[in-house]
Design a protein around this ligand. Sequence first.
Ligand SMILES: Nc1nc2c(c(=O)[nH]1)N[C@H]1C(S)=C(S)[C@@H](COP(=O)(O)O)O[C@H]1N2
Ligand SMILES: [Mo]
Length: 306
Amino acid sequence: MRNQFRAGPTWAEVTPKAHFLNRRALISGAAAMSLAGPALAKISARPSALSTDAALNSLEDITSYNNYYEFGTGKEDPAAYAGALTTSPWTVKIDGMVEKPGDYALEDILGKVSLEERIYRFRCVEAWSMVVPWIGFQLSDLLARVGVQPGAKYVAFETLMRPEEMPGQQSGILEWPYREGLRLDEAMHPLTILATGLYGEALPNQNGAPIRLVVPWKYGFKSIKAIVRISLVDKQPPTTWNMINAPEYGFYSNVNPNVDHPRWSQASERPLGGGLFGGRQPTMMFNGYEDQVASLYAGQDLTVDF
Ligand SMILES: Nc1nc2c(c(=O)[nH]1)N[C@H]1C(S)=C(S)[C@@H](COP(=O)(O)O)O[C@H]1N2
Ligand SMILES: [Mo]
């Protein structure tokens, strides 16, 4: 963990030069192709002491190998098909046990919060991993603004339901809409963010535009994309993968190298892009965020209540 009193690195500082140049080439290419599209505006975001200094994955790694079943089950499907999703205007319903429930326009939310760059490790339950320079704001900031009522114990999230633009929703592969949830203390943790960008620009559709959750110490499926509803509730909410197969996907799903998935080991992972030495690397407890989050689970048997 970096010195608390020092701002963390920015992606420009930690990106290998080759990646930086590739990225510029990619962006100018994309800008040249999308004649009618808006200019790719750089988002200003403060660096954060909560960023890791691990080597970043390239924009190409992060945007070409995705899980987003609303657009298909293949890793290339989201990059191929998510571009068709309309992400503006966008409204997030915040309801349940809150002082100020309502349908909030995303631009109004973004007018209030302050954006930070958070460079986080990201570990999928399937055992691939990457390092992503997210841009976003703390979920705790939004929850403080809407006012959490005393009896609330969990936060439930829902993805957009729009089968005409999300062809995967025309199939029964998952029970739609995609749903996720956190315990309130997990939701309030400073590492938990709502991301609206990455690599200094608006979130690509395949990564969950215009707003998605990022909980870096949990398996990737907890980090729900394209959020349209956030509900404060007093009971553990139903969550998509847990509903499908509870023995394989727990509600908590904290990254844990000591608790294997019933069908594969979680002791190691495959970094996208090959990582430093190619091949696999050991998986860290809580994905390397043990110092910050272990206290949330004091007294909880993580092999049973996983
Ligand atoms: N709505 C929705 N959110 C989702 C998913 C999904 O299929 N639908 N897949 C999850 C899984 S399994 C992972 S690993 C991450 C992948 O995020 P990324 O594509 O930005 O790497 O998104 C998560 N959020
Ligand atoms: Mo995942």
